[in-house]
Design a protein around this ligand. Structure first.
Ligand code: AMP
Length: 241
């Protein structure tokens, strides 16, 4: 199962992605995490990407596209992948489509989480990262995933681990830039989503939308039912042939 997930930063993509990853036993490929791992590891790619990331700008396609294509072609992705944070513009969308075609892979499912820009901004600023596992969701502004308090300090609600913040999550300027890229209907991520919607209108693939303003559990249930029905639909449509 190969899935693309879209949504503005702060829409709960990471949280829902972690759930989908477990459900299908697929690899959660997050472009932002790959970059941050490279920065932490001091690699050349990390050094090149850091300046862009700190400013909330996109890392150039020449660096980003090969990094992602390389990742989804690794053996651990044989069972499928959930791609999160890529593609972020129409060029990346086309590059992905071409690469999938060449490698005989398909996208089974495209999910778009819809959320108002200001709500998303608040959520980003409340986000906390668990040092033990990136897929442990914690946010001091969302009741359902509120971290635990140990004395005066917040700790991970899943494992009790230490929590950190991402530098670019506390910088309002950087958040505004990231959202400007996402909501750009001509050259940004919304344009990439539109690219896939256009393919879907021609009968290739399907883009499902979910309301990201609902509580985390409701968004999760909606996604689960979409995924379930989609699989069912696929089986039926194959039988019908
Ligand atoms: P994220 O964790 O998805 O918010 O990504 C953090 C940062 O990594 C972004 O603000 C960009 O600088 C960079 N980045 C992540 N994904 C991409 C992408 N698909 N294309 C270019 N830059 C990206």
């Amino acid at each position: 199962m190969n899935i693309l997930i879209f949504g503005p930063n702060g829409s709960g993509k990471g949280t829902q992605g972690a759930m989908i990853q477990k459900m299908y036993n697929i690899v959660h490929v997050e472009s932002g995490v790959l970059f941050r791992d490279n920065i932490r590891g001091g690699t050349d790619l990390g050094k090149q990407a850091k300046a862009y990331i700190d400013k909330g700008e996109l890392v150039p396609d020449e660096i980003t596209i090969p990094m992602i294509l390389d990742r989804i072609n690794k053996d651990d992705c044989d069972n499928g992948w959930l791609l999160d944070g890529f593609p972020r513009n129409p060029e990346q969308a086309k590059a992905l489509e071409n690469a999938l075609f060449e490698n005989n892979m398909i996208i089974d499912f495209i999910l778009e989480i819809i959320l108002d820009r200001d709500v998303a901004k608040n959520r980003i600023m409340g986000r906390r990262l668990c040092v033990n596992d990136n897929n442990h969701p914690n946010n001091i502004f969302i009741d359902a995933i509120m971290p635990e308090k140990k004395g005066d300090v917040y700790v991970c609600r899943v494992c009790g681990g230490e929590l950190t913040v991402r530098e670019d999550d506390q910088d309002e300027n950087a958040i505004n830039k990231r959202h400007a890229i996402y909501f750009d209907e001509e050259n940004g991520t919304r344009a990439a989503v539109e690219y896939f919607k256009e393919l879907a209108r021609k009968g290739r693939g399907k883009v499902y939308q979910v309301d990201g303003s609902l509580p985390v559990n409701e968004v999760r249930d909606h996604i689960k039912s979409l995924l379930h029905n989609h699989r069912f639909y696929n089986i039926q449509s194959k039988r019908g042939r």
